[in-house]
Design a protein around this ligand. Structure first.
Ligand code: CMC
Length: 429
């Protein structure tokens, strides 16, 4: 209950008092949960004005371009922290001491292998399956392999499931790639750190020692870190909604992966590269800009705009720096595709349409470019997003399960037929 109230006046009804709550940051929220007992619902397609839960994990102020994990700004984490430390922060709420960090990274490292039978499970997929299709299936199927961490009411089970998911996602991601190109799976090498190990499993082979440039594994780590969490987006909401029914964590994360796959969400980094390839030459950029502005053309500039950030995407700022570093390390500044990306970025930032609608390059614009430069195939981009985001999904799932929650059940504004009687074929037009 709150002393702060809003009053809703609905014609023909007595005024309804609604509690107003204040968070530690962000706008006040009006608690509309009492409306249903008055025979009313709210209507909010796309949930743009709806807070679905209380959370202490991540805060975003889209107008200020601010993203905080447990209070820490994303640019500070990107500069001083690493992915595993950020995982710890998201899961436990505080930065770890050195001992806690060593213990946590040791646990994650020792969970990187997958059950040996999962290797045979992969053989059931078509060779040309999209790696995201494989990930939806394999991650959901982890619940068939790890029965000892499925009891969601047991804190220990929840913890082990979290460690397993964070540790095994890079292994499964790399396996889905190796499978698609017909190369043998590469076992994790626990002497390498999280990001380096992923690149080793992606690009190594059993016949020779793989050498990963530290600058590239640092860039990979940063990509994981910058994707680690983003509060109640479509995939995280899918994880929470699935978890609210009591589903096991592996099934919940599979739901998140499915939601992430779409081009308006995690699929955007893949769509960015496809778009750059379609543009093909700097001389075609103007045509594509015109198409993006044409209301009758469904084409949109992929990697531009964001539902929440209407100023700039703070992750994109850091990712842009990483992008410059990677292109320099790889000597790819003059690659034609990347030159198109640079020109497109410049034009869109100066164009009245994009400025007025506050459409800035988002994190996926730059992550797509970096991943391409690292030699990662385009259809793996969203898999990498999913790998980094797993910790965010798990942190939100854990926060929900550890507190009070109810099964998620949105309502609707029904505009279909009123009740009518069934007709035989002979009476139908
Ligand atoms: N290119 C051209 N016009 C655009 C674009 C774009 N990329 N994005 C939005 N608009 C226009 C849109 O047509 C609309 O115009 P009008 O007001 O004249 O109808 C206006 O800007 C507002 O767009 P909206 O669709 O109402 O905005 P939204 O908040 O619902 O959508 C978005 C956000 C990210 C889905 C959208 O900007 C988009 O489709 N961007 C391209 C895909 C993309 O890069 N997605 C990755 C998002 S970041 C990764 C993540 O967090 O998942």
């Amino acid at each position: 209950m709150s002393d702060n109230k809003a009053t809703l006046n609905v014609p023909g009804r007595d005024p309804i008092d609604l509690d107003i709550y204040s968070g530690t940051l962000g706008p006040d929220v009006v608690d509309v949960s009492a409306l249903t007992s008055q025979g009313l619902f709210t209507y909010d397609p796309g949930f743009v004005s709806t807070g679905s839960c209380e959370s202490k994990i991540t805060f975003i102020d889209g107008n200020k371009g601010q993203l905080l994990h447990r209070g820490y700004p994303i640019d500070q984490l990107a500069e001083h922290s690493n992915y595993l430390e950020t995982c710890y922060l998201l899961l436990y709420g505080e930065l770890p001491t050195r001992d806690q960090y060593n213990e946590f990274s040791g646990i994650i490292t020792r969970h990187t292998m997958v059950h040996e039978q999962i290797r045979t499970f992969f053989q059931g997929f078509r060779r040309d399956a999209h790696p995201m299709a494989i990930m939806c299936g394999v991650v959901g199927a982890l619940s068939a392999f790890y029965h000892d961490s499925l009891d969601i009411s047991d804190e220990e089970h929840r913890k082990i499931a979290a460690f397993r998911l964070i540790a095994k996602m890079p292994t499964l991601a790399a396996m889905s790639y190796k499978f698609s190109i017909g190369q043998p799976f590469v076992y994790p090498d626990n002497s390498r750190d999280y990001a380096e190990n992923f690149l080793h499993m992606m690009f190594g082979n059993p016949c020779e020692e793989s050498k990963i440039d530290p600058a590239l594994s640092k860039a990979m780590d940063r990509i994981f870190l910058l994707h680690a969490d983003h509060e109640q987006n479509a995939s995280t909401s899918a994880v929470r909604l699935t978890g609210s029914s009591g589903a096991n964590p592996f099934a919940c994360i599979a739901a998140g992966i499915a939601a992430l796959w779409g081009p308006a969400h995690g699929g955007a980094n893949e769509a960015v590269l496809e778009m750059l390839e379609e543009i093909g030459d700097e001389s075609n950029i103007d045509t594509f800009i015109d198409r993006a502005k044409d209301k009758d053309d469904p084409f949109r500039l992929m990697g531009f705009g964001h539902r929440v950030y209407k100023n700039f995407d703070p992750r994109a700022k850091v990712m842009r720096e990483s992008c410059d570093e990677v292109l320099e390390v790889l000597g790819m500044e003059d690659d034609p595709l990347f030159r198109i990306a640079r020109r497109l970025e410049k034009i869109a930032l100066e164009d009245e349409y994009f400025i007025e609608k506050k459409l800035y390059p988002n994190v996926d614009f730059y992550s797509g470019i970096i991943l391409k430069a690292l030699g990662i195939p385009v259809n793996m981009f969203t898999v990498i997003f999913a790998t980094g985001r797993t910790v965010g999904w798990i942190a939100h799932w854990h926060e929900m399960i550890s507190g009070e929650y109810r099964i998620g059940r949105p309502r609707q504004l029904y505009t279909g037929s009123v009740q009518r009687d069934y007709k035989d074929f002979s009476k139908r037009k």
